[in-house]
Design a protein around this ligand. Structure first.
Ligand SMILES: [Zn+2]
Length: 75
């Protein structure tokens, strides 16, 4: 998923730090036993239910700073 334009940036180095960690909801295929008990992951990203959301925390993967977010309503 992509917003198609910059929506967050690192407060310490906006030009250089361009990778962020943030939660995404991903569907997985699991191998389970006859009771439904988890055994292992067959496919860890069958499909992405919801990509990164601006309401979640975004953390710079370079320096660990909390990302600054662009207000979606702002032009
Ligand atoms: Zn950073």
């Amino acid at each position: 998923m992509s917003y198609g334009k910059q929506v967050v940036w690192c407060p310490k180095s906006p030009k250089r730090h361009k990778r962020f960690g943030t939660p995404a909801h991903v569907m997985q295929d699991w191998e389970v036993d006859e009771t439904g008990e988890f055994l292992r992951v067959i496919d860890d990203s069958v499909q992405t239910d919801h990509g990164p959301h601006l309401d979640n925390i975004w953390t710079c993967m370079v320096c660990g700073a909390d990302a600054v977010k662009k207000d979606p309503a702002a032009k």
